[in-house]
Design a protein around this ligand. Structure first.
Ligand code: NAP
Length: 491
Protein backbone atom coordinates (compact mmCIF):
# COMPACT_ATOMS: atom_id res chain seq x y z
CA UNK A 1 0.00 0.00 0.00
CA UNK A 2 1.41 3.40 -0.83
CA UNK A 3 1.73 6.06 1.82
CA UNK A 4 -1.28 8.34 1.99
CA UNK A 5 -0.70 12.08 1.76
CA UNK A 6 -0.91 13.62 5.21
CA UNK A 7 -3.98 15.69 4.33
CA UNK A 8 -5.91 12.68 3.00
CA UNK A 9 -6.57 10.85 6.24
CA UNK A 10 -5.07 12.84 9.11
CA UNK A 11 -4.47 10.84 12.27
CA UNK A 12 -3.58 12.44 15.60
CA UNK A 13 -1.57 10.56 18.17
CA UNK A 14 -1.50 12.26 21.55
CA UNK A 15 1.61 11.41 23.56
CA UNK A 16 5.07 10.29 22.48
CA UNK A 17 5.74 7.54 25.00
CA UNK A 18 5.80 3.80 24.38
CA UNK A 19 2.17 3.80 23.18
CA UNK A 20 2.50 6.70 20.76
CA UNK A 21 5.81 5.53 19.35
CA UNK A 22 4.60 1.94 18.94
CA UNK A 23 1.42 3.11 17.20
CA UNK A 24 3.39 5.35 14.85
CA UNK A 25 5.74 2.52 13.86
CA UNK A 26 2.88 0.15 13.11
CA UNK A 27 1.07 2.83 11.11
CA UNK A 28 4.19 3.41 9.05
CA UNK A 29 4.55 -0.31 8.49
CA UNK A 30 0.96 -0.38 7.25
CA UNK A 31 1.79 2.38 4.79
CA UNK A 32 -0.09 5.02 6.76
CA UNK A 33 2.15 7.96 7.45
CA UNK A 34 -0.50 10.66 7.62
CA UNK A 35 -0.14 11.00 11.38
CA UNK A 36 1.00 13.75 13.70
CA UNK A 37 2.19 13.05 17.23
CA UNK A 38 1.37 15.76 19.74
CA UNK A 39 3.60 15.82 22.81
CA UNK A 40 3.16 18.32 25.61
CA UNK A 41 6.78 17.95 26.79
CA UNK A 42 9.88 19.00 24.90
CA UNK A 43 11.09 15.45 24.30
CA UNK A 44 9.65 12.00 23.60
CA UNK A 45 9.81 9.08 26.02
CA UNK A 46 6.92 9.53 28.49
CA UNK A 47 7.58 7.66 31.73
CA UNK A 48 11.20 7.03 30.79
CA UNK A 49 11.86 10.67 30.02
CA UNK A 50 10.37 11.72 33.35
CA UNK A 51 11.54 9.04 35.78
CA UNK A 52 15.26 9.62 36.04
CA UNK A 53 15.65 9.13 39.79
CA UNK A 54 18.67 7.09 40.90
CA UNK A 55 17.86 3.39 40.58
CA UNK A 56 14.98 3.91 38.12
CA UNK A 57 14.67 0.80 35.98
CA UNK A 58 11.97 -1.41 34.56
CA UNK A 59 10.58 -4.12 36.80
CA UNK A 60 9.78 -6.47 33.92
CA UNK A 61 12.85 -7.98 32.20
CA UNK A 62 13.92 -5.87 29.24
CA UNK A 63 13.74 -8.70 26.73
CA UNK A 64 9.99 -8.55 27.37
CA UNK A 65 9.72 -4.87 28.30
CA UNK A 66 10.38 -3.70 24.75
CA UNK A 67 8.27 -3.80 21.60
CA UNK A 68 8.06 -7.25 19.99
CA UNK A 69 8.52 -5.62 16.59
CA UNK A 70 11.58 -3.66 17.75
CA UNK A 71 13.64 -6.05 19.82
CA UNK A 72 17.24 -5.21 20.58
CA UNK A 73 19.95 -7.53 21.89
CA UNK A 74 21.93 -4.78 23.61
CA UNK A 75 20.25 -4.44 27.01
CA UNK A 76 23.00 -4.14 29.63
CA UNK A 77 20.99 -5.74 32.43
CA UNK A 78 18.11 -8.14 32.82
CA UNK A 79 16.20 -5.07 34.09
CA UNK A 80 17.51 -2.12 32.09
CA UNK A 81 17.96 1.22 33.80
CA UNK A 82 15.65 4.05 32.88
CA UNK A 83 18.18 5.94 30.72
CA UNK A 84 18.73 2.85 28.58
CA UNK A 85 15.00 2.48 27.99
CA UNK A 86 14.85 6.15 27.06
CA UNK A 87 17.77 5.61 24.62
CA UNK A 88 15.88 2.66 23.15
CA UNK A 89 12.83 4.87 22.52
CA UNK A 90 15.00 7.64 21.04
CA UNK A 91 16.69 5.03 18.84
CA UNK A 92 13.54 3.46 17.41
CA UNK A 93 11.96 6.89 16.89
CA UNK A 94 15.04 7.85 14.87
CA UNK A 95 15.08 4.60 12.92
CA UNK A 96 11.48 5.14 11.81
CA UNK A 97 11.82 8.87 11.18
CA UNK A 98 9.18 9.70 13.77
CA UNK A 99 10.58 13.04 14.90
CA UNK A 100 9.38 14.72 11.74
CA UNK A 101 5.83 13.70 12.76
CA UNK A 102 6.18 15.06 16.29
CA UNK A 103 5.05 18.41 17.59
CA UNK A 104 6.72 19.00 20.92
CA UNK A 105 5.64 21.46 23.61
CA UNK A 106 2.16 21.10 22.16
CA UNK A 107 -0.48 20.20 24.67
CA UNK A 108 -3.93 19.22 23.45
CA UNK A 109 -6.42 21.01 25.69
CA UNK A 110 -9.73 20.32 23.97
CA UNK A 111 -11.24 17.83 21.52
CA UNK A 112 -14.65 17.80 19.89
CA UNK A 113 -16.24 15.47 17.38
CA UNK A 114 -17.92 16.66 14.21
CA UNK A 115 -20.48 13.98 13.36
CA UNK A 116 -21.17 15.19 9.81
CA UNK A 117 -17.49 15.25 8.89
CA UNK A 118 -16.53 12.17 10.91
CA UNK A 119 -13.58 14.03 12.34
CA UNK A 120 -12.16 15.44 15.55
CA UNK A 121 -11.06 19.01 16.08
CA UNK A 122 -8.19 19.22 18.52
CA UNK A 123 -7.19 22.50 20.11
CA UNK A 124 -3.69 23.06 21.42
CA UNK A 125 -2.63 25.11 24.41
CA UNK A 126 -1.76 28.08 22.23
CA UNK A 127 -5.13 28.06 20.48
CA UNK A 128 -4.19 26.29 17.25
CA UNK A 129 -6.64 23.74 15.89
CA UNK A 130 -5.98 20.48 14.10
CA UNK A 131 -8.50 18.23 12.38
CA UNK A 132 -8.04 14.47 12.54
CA UNK A 133 -10.16 11.63 11.23
CA UNK A 134 -8.87 9.37 13.99
CA UNK A 135 -7.38 10.18 17.38
CA UNK A 136 -5.19 7.71 19.23
CA UNK A 137 -4.88 8.85 22.82
CA UNK A 138 -1.58 7.62 24.26
CA UNK A 139 -1.41 9.94 27.25
CA UNK A 140 -0.60 7.20 29.78
CA UNK A 141 -2.05 6.64 33.23
CA UNK A 142 0.78 7.18 35.69
CA UNK A 143 2.07 10.53 34.55
CA UNK A 144 1.33 13.42 36.87
CA UNK A 145 3.07 13.24 40.25
CA UNK A 146 0.77 13.06 43.26
CA UNK A 147 2.12 15.32 46.00
CA UNK A 148 1.08 14.24 49.49
CA UNK A 149 -1.41 16.38 51.31
CA UNK A 150 0.62 16.64 54.50
CA UNK A 151 0.11 19.50 56.92
CA UNK A 152 2.88 22.09 56.69
CA UNK A 153 4.48 20.74 53.50
CA UNK A 154 4.51 24.27 52.05
CA UNK A 155 6.50 25.58 54.99
CA UNK A 156 9.42 23.20 54.45
CA UNK A 157 12.51 25.25 53.57
CA UNK A 158 14.89 22.45 52.53
CA UNK A 159 15.04 20.70 49.15
CA UNK A 160 11.88 18.78 48.23
CA UNK A 161 11.17 16.91 45.02
CA UNK A 162 9.11 14.02 43.66
CA UNK A 163 10.81 10.90 42.31
CA UNK A 164 9.37 11.63 38.84
CA UNK A 165 10.80 15.17 38.93
CA UNK A 166 14.25 14.40 40.29
CA UNK A 167 16.47 17.40 40.90
CA UNK A 168 19.81 16.26 39.48
CA UNK A 169 21.39 19.56 40.44
CA UNK A 170 21.00 18.75 44.11
CA UNK A 171 23.76 16.53 45.47
CA UNK A 172 22.48 14.15 48.15
CA UNK A 173 25.99 13.11 49.20
CA UNK A 174 26.46 13.60 52.92
CA UNK A 175 22.94 14.98 53.42
CA UNK A 176 20.14 14.00 55.78
CA UNK A 177 17.37 12.77 53.52
CA UNK A 178 13.77 11.69 54.14
CA UNK A 179 11.96 9.44 51.68
CA UNK A 180 8.16 9.46 51.97
CA UNK A 181 6.48 6.37 50.52
CA UNK A 182 7.40 2.73 50.10
CA UNK A 183 6.00 1.79 46.67
CA UNK A 184 7.65 0.73 43.41
CA UNK A 185 9.56 4.00 43.02
CA UNK A 186 10.75 4.03 46.64
CA UNK A 187 12.17 0.50 46.59
CA UNK A 188 14.36 1.53 43.68
CA UNK A 189 15.45 4.88 45.02
CA UNK A 190 16.08 4.07 48.71
CA UNK A 191 19.12 1.77 48.16
CA UNK A 192 20.70 4.35 45.85
CA UNK A 193 20.14 7.28 48.18
CA UNK A 194 21.40 5.20 51.11
CA UNK A 195 24.75 4.78 49.37
CA UNK A 196 25.22 8.55 49.12
CA UNK A 197 23.42 10.26 51.95
CA UNK A 198 24.63 10.67 55.51
CA UNK A 199 21.24 9.53 56.80
CA UNK A 200 18.04 8.27 55.22
CA UNK A 201 14.71 8.25 57.05
CA UNK A 202 12.18 6.10 55.22
CA UNK A 203 8.61 7.01 56.11
CA UNK A 204 6.43 3.94 55.66
CA UNK A 205 2.65 4.11 55.85
CA UNK A 206 2.03 0.57 54.62
CA UNK A 207 4.71 -2.11 54.18
CA UNK A 208 4.80 -3.86 50.81
CA UNK A 209 5.41 -7.42 49.67
CA UNK A 210 8.83 -7.51 48.04
CA UNK A 211 10.33 -10.45 46.13
CA UNK A 212 13.88 -10.89 44.81
CA UNK A 213 14.65 -9.28 41.49
CA UNK A 214 17.58 -11.48 40.46
CA UNK A 215 18.94 -8.71 38.31
CA UNK A 216 22.13 -9.37 36.39
CA UNK A 217 24.48 -7.75 33.94
CA UNK A 218 24.55 -9.23 30.45
CA UNK A 219 28.05 -9.96 29.18
CA UNK A 220 29.26 -8.67 25.81
CA UNK A 221 29.52 -12.29 24.70
CA UNK A 222 25.88 -12.99 25.53
CA UNK A 223 24.73 -9.81 23.80
CA UNK A 224 26.67 -10.62 20.62
CA UNK A 225 25.21 -14.12 20.69
CA UNK A 226 21.71 -12.61 20.85
CA UNK A 227 22.60 -10.27 17.98
CA UNK A 228 23.88 -13.17 15.90
CA UNK A 229 21.00 -15.50 16.68
CA UNK A 230 17.86 -13.37 17.13
CA UNK A 231 15.91 -16.56 17.80
CA UNK A 232 17.61 -16.66 21.22
CA UNK A 233 16.24 -13.21 21.99
CA UNK A 234 12.79 -14.30 20.93
CA UNK A 235 13.12 -17.43 23.05
CA UNK A 236 14.12 -15.32 26.07
CA UNK A 237 11.09 -13.10 25.52
CA UNK A 238 8.84 -16.11 25.12
CA UNK A 239 10.09 -17.64 28.38
CA UNK A 240 9.65 -14.41 30.36
CA UNK A 241 6.17 -13.94 28.96
CA UNK A 242 4.92 -17.43 29.72
CA UNK A 243 6.56 -17.60 33.15
CA UNK A 244 4.75 -14.35 34.05
CA UNK A 245 1.48 -15.84 32.84
CA UNK A 246 2.15 -19.06 34.76
CA UNK A 247 2.74 -17.19 38.03
CA UNK A 248 0.06 -14.59 37.26
CA UNK A 249 -2.64 -16.34 39.35
CA UNK A 250 -0.43 -16.06 42.47
CA UNK A 251 -0.47 -12.30 41.99
CA UNK A 252 -3.98 -11.59 40.75
CA UNK A 253 -6.49 -14.17 41.99
CA UNK A 254 -8.16 -13.83 45.37
CA UNK A 255 -7.04 -17.23 46.55
CA UNK A 256 -5.33 -17.56 49.91
CA UNK A 257 -3.52 -20.76 49.00
CA UNK A 258 -2.03 -19.19 45.91
CA UNK A 259 -1.22 -15.99 47.82
CA UNK A 260 0.70 -18.07 50.38
CA UNK A 261 3.16 -19.05 47.62
CA UNK A 262 4.00 -15.39 47.06
CA UNK A 263 4.00 -14.57 50.76
CA UNK A 264 6.38 -17.44 51.56
CA UNK A 265 8.83 -16.32 48.87
CA UNK A 266 8.67 -12.75 50.11
CA UNK A 267 9.05 -13.65 53.80
CA UNK A 268 12.08 -15.83 53.01
CA UNK A 269 13.57 -12.87 51.17
CA UNK A 270 12.86 -10.61 54.16
CA UNK A 271 14.48 -13.07 56.55
CA UNK A 272 17.55 -13.32 54.34
CA UNK A 273 17.92 -9.54 54.17
CA UNK A 274 16.93 -8.29 57.62
CA UNK A 275 18.28 -9.81 60.84
CA UNK A 276 16.35 -7.87 63.46
CA UNK A 277 12.97 -9.58 64.13
CA UNK A 278 11.34 -6.31 65.26
CA UNK A 279 12.40 -4.59 62.05
CA UNK A 280 11.13 -7.58 60.07
CA UNK A 281 7.79 -7.30 61.83
CA UNK A 282 7.50 -3.65 60.85
CA UNK A 283 8.34 -4.46 57.25
CA UNK A 284 5.84 -7.34 56.98
CA UNK A 285 2.58 -6.47 55.22
CA UNK A 286 -0.76 -7.54 56.64
CA UNK A 287 -2.68 -7.51 53.36
CA UNK A 288 -2.95 -10.42 50.95
CA UNK A 289 -0.09 -10.87 48.48
CA UNK A 290 -0.88 -9.13 45.18
CA UNK A 291 -3.52 -6.78 46.61
CA UNK A 292 -1.10 -3.89 46.15
CA UNK A 293 1.49 -4.13 43.41
CA UNK A 294 4.11 -6.76 44.18
CA UNK A 295 7.51 -5.09 44.38
CA UNK A 296 10.79 -6.57 43.23
CA UNK A 297 14.16 -5.63 44.62
CA UNK A 298 17.41 -7.31 45.58
CA UNK A 299 18.46 -4.37 47.72
CA UNK A 300 15.53 -2.53 49.27
CA UNK A 301 15.07 -4.52 52.47
CA UNK A 302 18.83 -4.95 52.86
CA UNK A 303 19.13 -1.15 52.98
CA UNK A 304 17.59 -1.17 56.45
CA UNK A 305 20.61 -3.10 57.71
CA UNK A 306 22.75 -0.08 56.98
CA UNK A 307 23.55 2.12 59.99
CA UNK A 308 22.49 5.27 58.11
CA UNK A 309 18.97 4.05 57.20
CA UNK A 310 16.02 4.19 59.58
CA UNK A 311 12.50 2.89 59.01
CA UNK A 312 9.90 5.21 60.49
CA UNK A 313 6.46 3.76 60.92
CA UNK A 314 4.96 6.34 63.21
CA UNK A 315 2.57 8.40 61.05
CA UNK A 316 3.69 11.79 59.81
CA UNK A 317 1.97 14.52 61.79
CA UNK A 318 3.37 17.59 60.11
CA UNK A 319 6.22 18.86 57.98
CA UNK A 320 7.99 21.77 59.65
CA UNK A 321 10.42 24.21 58.09
CA UNK A 322 13.44 22.03 58.88
CA UNK A 323 12.12 18.49 59.08
CA UNK A 324 9.33 16.00 59.66
CA UNK A 325 7.39 15.55 62.85
CA UNK A 326 5.67 12.25 63.58
CA UNK A 327 2.65 11.63 65.79
CA UNK A 328 4.82 10.52 68.72
CA UNK A 329 6.22 14.07 68.82
CA UNK A 330 9.69 13.30 67.34
CA UNK A 331 11.02 15.91 64.95
CA UNK A 332 13.72 14.67 62.59
CA UNK A 333 15.62 17.42 60.85
CA UNK A 334 16.43 16.77 57.17
CA UNK A 335 18.18 18.63 54.37
CA UNK A 336 16.01 17.09 51.65
CA UNK A 337 12.70 15.28 51.27
CA UNK A 338 12.20 12.83 48.42
CA UNK A 339 8.52 12.37 47.75
CA UNK A 340 7.87 8.85 46.44
CA UNK A 341 4.11 9.03 46.76
CA UNK A 342 3.12 7.92 43.27
CA UNK A 343 0.91 9.45 40.64
CA UNK A 344 -2.52 10.98 40.24
CA UNK A 345 -4.18 8.28 38.17
CA UNK A 346 -4.82 9.79 34.76
CA UNK A 347 -7.59 7.32 34.08
CA UNK A 348 -9.89 8.70 36.71
CA UNK A 349 -11.11 11.32 34.26
CA UNK A 350 -10.63 12.59 30.72
CA UNK A 351 -7.16 14.14 30.32
CA UNK A 352 -8.78 17.31 28.89
CA UNK A 353 -12.33 18.22 27.79
CA UNK A 354 -13.39 15.66 25.16
CA UNK A 355 -16.79 16.14 23.55
CA UNK A 356 -18.21 13.30 21.47
CA UNK A 357 -21.48 12.85 19.58
CA UNK A 358 -24.09 15.46 20.51
CA UNK A 359 -21.48 17.35 22.56
CA UNK A 360 -21.46 14.70 25.33
CA UNK A 361 -18.47 15.15 27.59
CA UNK A 362 -16.28 12.18 28.39
CA UNK A 363 -15.97 13.41 31.98
CA UNK A 364 -19.77 13.16 32.36
CA UNK A 365 -19.82 9.67 30.85
CA UNK A 366 -17.04 8.67 33.22
CA UNK A 367 -18.47 10.34 36.34
CA UNK A 368 -18.88 6.93 38.02
CA UNK A 369 -15.50 5.65 36.82
CA UNK A 370 -13.70 5.27 33.50
CA UNK A 371 -15.13 2.53 31.31
CA UNK A 372 -14.41 1.58 27.73
CA UNK A 373 -14.81 -1.36 25.41
CA UNK A 374 -11.66 -3.47 25.70
CA UNK A 375 -10.20 -0.38 27.35
CA UNK A 376 -10.02 1.39 23.98
CA UNK A 377 -13.38 2.67 22.73
CA UNK A 378 -16.11 4.61 24.48
CA UNK A 379 -19.58 4.59 22.96
CA UNK A 380 -20.51 8.04 21.65
CA UNK A 381 -16.86 8.93 21.00
CA UNK A 382 -16.34 7.59 17.47
CA UNK A 383 -12.92 7.23 15.87
CA UNK A 384 -11.31 7.84 19.28
CA UNK A 385 -8.98 5.11 20.51
CA UNK A 386 -7.35 4.95 23.91
CA UNK A 387 -4.11 3.10 24.60
CA UNK A 388 -3.46 1.93 28.18
CA UNK A 389 -7.06 2.88 28.90
CA UNK A 390 -9.50 1.66 31.59
CA UNK A 391 -9.00 -1.90 32.85
CA UNK A 392 -6.01 -2.68 30.69
CA UNK A 393 -3.22 -2.62 33.25
CA UNK A 394 -1.49 -5.80 34.39
CA UNK A 395 -0.15 -6.53 37.87
CA UNK A 396 1.88 -9.51 36.75
CA UNK A 397 3.49 -8.89 33.36
CA UNK A 398 4.60 -6.33 30.79
CA UNK A 399 2.02 -3.65 30.01
CA UNK A 400 3.40 -3.64 26.47
CA UNK A 401 1.64 -6.93 25.71
CA UNK A 402 -1.62 -5.06 26.21
CA UNK A 403 -0.38 -2.00 24.35
CA UNK A 404 0.66 -4.02 21.30
CA UNK A 405 -2.75 -5.71 21.11
CA UNK A 406 -4.37 -2.26 21.25
CA UNK A 407 -2.09 -0.97 18.50
CA UNK A 408 -3.07 -3.91 16.27
CA UNK A 409 -6.74 -3.10 16.93
CA UNK A 410 -6.27 0.59 16.10
CA UNK A 411 -4.41 -0.14 12.86
CA UNK A 412 -7.12 -2.62 11.78
CA UNK A 413 -9.85 -0.04 12.49
CA UNK A 414 -8.02 2.70 10.60
CA UNK A 415 -7.52 0.41 7.62
CA UNK A 416 -11.23 -0.32 7.57
CA UNK A 417 -12.19 3.34 7.84
CA UNK A 418 -9.92 4.26 4.96
CA UNK A 419 -10.58 1.32 2.68
CA UNK A 420 -14.34 1.55 2.94
CA UNK A 421 -14.35 5.34 3.09
CA UNK A 422 -16.36 5.30 6.30
CA UNK A 423 -17.31 8.37 8.27
CA UNK A 424 -16.86 6.75 11.63
CA UNK A 425 -16.93 3.63 13.75
CA UNK A 426 -18.55 3.90 17.18
CA UNK A 427 -18.68 1.03 19.63
CA UNK A 428 -22.25 0.00 20.43
CA UNK A 429 -23.38 0.92 23.93
CA UNK A 430 -24.87 -2.55 24.59
CA UNK A 431 -21.61 -4.22 23.56
CA UNK A 432 -19.57 -1.92 25.79
CA UNK A 433 -21.96 -2.47 28.73
CA UNK A 434 -21.90 -6.24 28.36
CA UNK A 435 -18.11 -6.25 28.17
CA UNK A 436 -17.82 -4.21 31.37
CA UNK A 437 -20.43 -6.21 33.26
CA UNK A 438 -18.40 -9.32 32.48
CA UNK A 439 -15.21 -7.58 33.54
CA UNK A 440 -16.60 -6.33 36.84
CA UNK A 441 -18.12 -9.76 37.51
CA UNK A 442 -14.67 -11.29 37.20
CA UNK A 443 -13.22 -8.53 39.35
CA UNK A 444 -14.93 -10.13 42.38
CA UNK A 445 -12.49 -13.03 42.12
CA UNK A 446 -9.42 -10.86 42.01
CA UNK A 447 -7.20 -9.94 44.94
CA UNK A 448 -7.22 -6.17 44.49
CA UNK A 449 -10.32 -5.50 46.59
CA UNK A 450 -9.39 -7.67 49.54
CA UNK A 451 -8.88 -4.82 51.97
CA UNK A 452 -5.82 -2.86 50.91
CA UNK A 453 -5.60 0.65 49.59
CA UNK A 454 -3.85 1.26 46.26
CA UNK A 455 -3.88 3.34 43.10
CA UNK A 456 -5.61 0.37 41.43
CA UNK A 457 -8.87 1.37 43.15
CA UNK A 458 -11.11 4.40 42.72
CA UNK A 459 -12.44 6.29 45.73
CA UNK A 460 -15.56 4.08 45.83
CA UNK A 461 -13.44 0.91 45.88
CA UNK A 462 -14.15 -0.09 42.28
CA UNK A 463 -11.36 -1.11 39.95
CA UNK A 464 -11.12 0.72 36.63
CA UNK A 465 -7.42 0.25 36.12
CA UNK A 466 -6.46 -3.44 35.92
CA UNK A 467 -7.54 -6.24 33.62
CA UNK A 468 -8.89 -9.20 35.62
CA UNK A 469 -7.10 -12.02 33.87
CA UNK A 470 -4.24 -13.23 31.77
CA UNK A 471 -2.41 -11.03 29.28
CA UNK A 472 -2.75 -13.62 26.53
CA UNK A 473 -6.51 -13.66 26.96
CA UNK A 474 -6.74 -9.86 26.80
CA UNK A 475 -4.54 -9.76 23.70
CA UNK A 476 -6.68 -12.33 21.90
CA UNK A 477 -9.83 -10.33 22.71
CA UNK A 478 -8.38 -6.91 21.97
CA UNK A 479 -6.38 -7.38 18.76
CA UNK A 480 -9.14 -7.91 16.19
CA UNK A 481 -11.44 -5.10 15.15
CA UNK A 482 -14.83 -6.89 15.25
CA UNK A 483 -17.11 -4.96 12.91
CA UNK A 484 -20.30 -6.28 14.53
CA UNK A 485 -19.41 -4.55 17.80
CA UNK A 486 -19.57 -1.12 16.17
CA UNK A 487 -22.06 1.23 14.63
CA UNK A 488 -20.58 1.83 11.21
CA UNK A 489 -21.44 5.18 9.65
CA UNK A 490 -20.77 5.67 5.94
CA UNK A 491 -20.41 9.09 4.33
P1 NAP B 1 2.72 4.03 44.68
O1 NAP B 1 2.89 2.62 44.38
O2 NAP B 1 1.39 4.63 44.57
O3 NAP B 1 3.34 4.24 46.12
C1 NAP B 1 3.18 5.44 46.81
C2 NAP B 1 3.73 5.30 48.20
O4 NAP B 1 3.61 6.53 48.86
C3 NAP B 1 2.98 4.27 49.04
O5 NAP B 1 3.88 3.62 49.88
C4 NAP B 1 2.01 5.15 49.83
O6 NAP B 1 1.60 4.57 51.04
C5 NAP B 1 2.89 6.34 50.08
N1 NAP B 1 2.13 7.55 50.35
C6 NAP B 1 1.25 8.17 49.54
N2 NAP B 1 0.76 9.26 50.12
C7 NAP B 1 1.34 9.34 51.33
C8 NAP B 1 1.24 10.25 52.43
N3 NAP B 1 0.43 11.31 52.37
N4 NAP B 1 1.96 10.01 53.52
C9 NAP B 1 2.79 8.94 53.59
N5 NAP B 1 2.94 8.04 52.59
C10 NAP B 1 2.22 8.26 51.49
O7 NAP B 1 3.69 4.96 43.78
P2 NAP B 1 5.01 4.56 43.00
O8 NAP B 1 5.93 3.89 43.90
O9 NAP B 1 5.51 5.78 42.31
O10 NAP B 1 4.50 3.53 41.94
C11 NAP B 1 3.32 3.77 41.17
C12 NAP B 1 3.23 2.79 40.04
O11 NAP B 1 4.14 3.21 39.03
C13 NAP B 1 3.63 1.39 40.37
O12 NAP B 1 2.62 0.63 40.95
C14 NAP B 1 4.04 0.88 39.02
O13 NAP B 1 2.92 0.51 38.27
C15 NAP B 1 4.69 2.09 38.41
N6 NAP B 1 6.15 2.06 38.63
C16 NAP B 1 6.86 1.16 37.92
C17 NAP B 1 8.21 1.09 38.09
C18 NAP B 1 8.98 0.13 37.27
O14 NAP B 1 8.51 -0.56 36.44
N7 NAP B 1 10.21 0.06 37.46
C19 NAP B 1 8.86 1.92 39.00
C20 NAP B 1 8.10 2.83 39.70
C21 NAP B 1 6.75 2.89 39.53
P3 NAP B 1 0.32 3.59 51.12
O15 NAP B 1 0.79 2.29 50.55
O16 NAP B 1 -0.03 3.55 52.53
O17 NAP B 1 -0.74 4.23 50.28
Amino acid sequence: MSAAPRADFPIAIIGAGFGGIGTAIQLKKAGLDSFTIFERAGELGGTWRDNTYPGAACDVPSHAYSLSFEQVPTWSHRFAPSEEIQDYLLGIAKKWGLREHMRFDTEIVDARFDEAAGSWTLTTGNGETFTARVVVSCVGGLVDPAMPDIKGIQSYTGELFHTARWNHDYDLAGRRVAVIGTGASAVQVVPEVAREAARVDVYQRTPAWVVPKHDKTYSERYKSLLARFPILLRASRFMIYWMSELFGPVIFFDNERLAKIGEKASLAHLKAQVKDPELRRKLTPSFQFGCKRMLISDEYWASFERPNVELITDPIEEIKSGGIQTRDGSLRGVDAIVVATGFALGLASAPFPIKGKGGRRLDDVWKDGAVAYKGMNVSGFPNWFILMGPNTGPGHTSVLVYTEAQIAHVVAAIKKLRKEKLRYVDVRQDVQDRYNEGLQGRMKHMVWSTGCNSWYLSADGSNHSLYPGFAAEYAIRARPFRVRDYEIAPF
